[in-house]
Design a protein around this ligand. Structure first.
Ligand SMILES: [Zn+2]
Length: 239
């Protein structure tokens, strides 16, 4: 069954058996010829992030968790627990989306929200832009464009999860939209990991998409598909 934590645990076991696992910060700081970068984008539920963090911690694995500041994901109490397990806490920003492409306002929000992380005890060293294809972009392509024109390293940031990666060197795997890119199922992903098909894997999972039980996963996937169909119908209605 896809999208249940038991499956995620199986993926982790195969990763641990075959690769040295690292956070995004570790990847930037150390010169790995082979490693497995584990990244999570936490959009809404800090508790679901905690579920994943506990599983990883029980296997002796550390990952990077990027938290949104503008949703309930930002829960300093839970984030502290996750940090205390050795995981990296980072900032998942979407400032250009929220300012309709106004770079000046977006940068002010970025700095202010980054301070919120610091004021709550999270010394953020890496950040990651949020992708929201349903928002019409005016004057920018992705939220990461904000950091293309700002000297973010001045804020103590070592790197950005898209801008500071050479994607030709990594196998980037993501669960965006409740499905893996590159692989039809988790079993196929596990098989690629077991065969060490790539020297460096860069895996993104969204804790919001992973569930304790199969029935919850089924309901969430069904709801997401209906939402997707509604979005397409709305788009078609414009023409
Ligand atoms: Zn996101």
């Amino acid at each position: 069954m896809e999208h249940i934590l038991k499956t995620y645990n199986k993926i982790l076991v195969s990763i641990k058996k075959n690769y040295k696992v690292c956070t995004f910060r570790d990847y930037l700081l150390q010169n790995h010829s082979s490693c497995f970068i584990l990244r999570h984008d936490v959009e809404r539920s800090a508790l679901k992030a905690l579920d994943m963090a506990k599983i990883e911690s029980s296997l002796g694995i550390r990952a990077t968790y990027y938290f949104r500041r503008d949703t309930l994901a930002f829960n300093p109490k839970i984030m502290s627990v996750i940090q205390s397990m050795g995981h990296e806490i980072g900032y998942h920003y979407n400032c250009l989306d929220r300012t309709n492409g106004n770079y000046h306002k977006a940068w002010e929000i970025f700095k202010s929200e980054l301070s919120d992380f610091k004021n709550n005890g999270f010394n953020v060293q890496t950040v990651c832009s949020h992708g929201q294809p349903r928002i019409i972009k005016k004057g920018y392509k992705t939220n990461a464009d904000l950091l293309r024109v700002q000297n973010y390293k001045e804020l103590g940031i070592l790197g950005e999860a898209y801008l500071d990666v050479d994607f030709s060197l990594v196998q980037y795997v993501s669960d965006t939209g409740f499905r893996w890119n590159h692989y039809p199922s988790s079993e196929h992903l596990i098989s690629a990991i077991n065969k060490k098909e790539y020297p460096i894997f860069y895996l993104l999972t969204h804790p919001d998409y992973w569930f304790r039980s199969g029935i919850l996963a089924f309901l969430a996937i069904t709801a997401s598909k209906q939402q997707h169909v509604r979005h397409i119908l709305r788009k078609m209605a414009r023409f």
